[in-house]
Design a protein around this ligand. Sequence first.
Ligand SMILES: Cc1cc2nc3c(=O)[nH]c(=O)nc-3n(C[C@H](O)[C@H](O)[C@H](O)COP(=O)(O)O)c2cc1C
Length: 288
Amino acid sequence: MNVLGLVCSYRKMGNTEIAVKEALMGAQEAGAEVAMIRLTDYRIEPCRGCMSCVFKKTECPVQDEAHRLYRILVDYDALILGTPTYILGPTGLLKTLLDRGMGFMYGYGRGLEGRPALSMATAGIPGWEPYALPINALFLRALGYTIVDQFMVYGQGPGEVVYHEEAIMRARKGGKTVVEQLSKGKAEYLGEETPYSCPYCHNTLLLFLDEERVKCPNCGIVGKLRTNGQGHWVEWEKTPNRWIEKEVIWHFEHQVLPSGPRFMKRRREIREKTVHYRQFSPPCTEKS
Ligand SMILES: Cc1cc2nc3c(=O)[nH]c(=O)nc-3n(C[C@H](O)[C@H](O)[C@H](O)COP(=O)(O)O)c2cc1C
């Protein structure tokens, strides 16, 4: 059993690194071989939108280290993810990596299905991190991982996280849990649930579709807000979530791939209809 820690912060010995190391120590205590990498040690460029990973099912033509990083993820049985919160959510580094994972999700990859993952996000100020865990969850679920626990770890200056003792203990325990789940062979979520939590990504960041229906933006499932004398809860429809392998394949084959021939058919017409946009190119004059 081997467990990888992925630190998505530039700050060496920052709060995220400490939280991830604590979890890795837990995993090691539970008998796993552990390793840690910093996302910032890899050159990951943004996706250029060429779609060749999906349409041609070939490795992304961008010559950087994203493929290498995805291969490393596959080499490890489980993942401990740590991201710092930057402006209410995880750093853009994580999303940039995920955008580069589309070929991995559909074209030439996958292979992380059902592997356990622990998700942690660090932040300086409680309440200033609403997208941190949900976007971490999106990253993990989109790649096929099963989240076993997820929580915030608070600390502002590098290292201050050690004062959030409860979270540090939870990180240690989370590392052990990941290994226990690996030996069981089937990962499941052991973190907190609320009456509103999505049953798949376990977040409560929901979209309101109308007065009574809500949707998990990550997993795409819909539920009804229910209430009785005891309180409120969401009754989720028993529909598959969009990140199970079958649904991902369906999405690409029925929603994305048909856009190729459709576009080719319309290409000339689009050129004609967009002439005035091509001709309109207002330059930016820097004022200072
Ligand atoms: C650009 C930037 C934006 C930040 N935005 C937030 C924020 O929105 N909410 C918050 O609670 N903390 C915010 N922080 C604080 C970091 O989340 C916090 O210091 C975290 O522990 C950093 O982790 P690290 O030491 O691993 O880099 C921000 C820090 C930086 C540098």
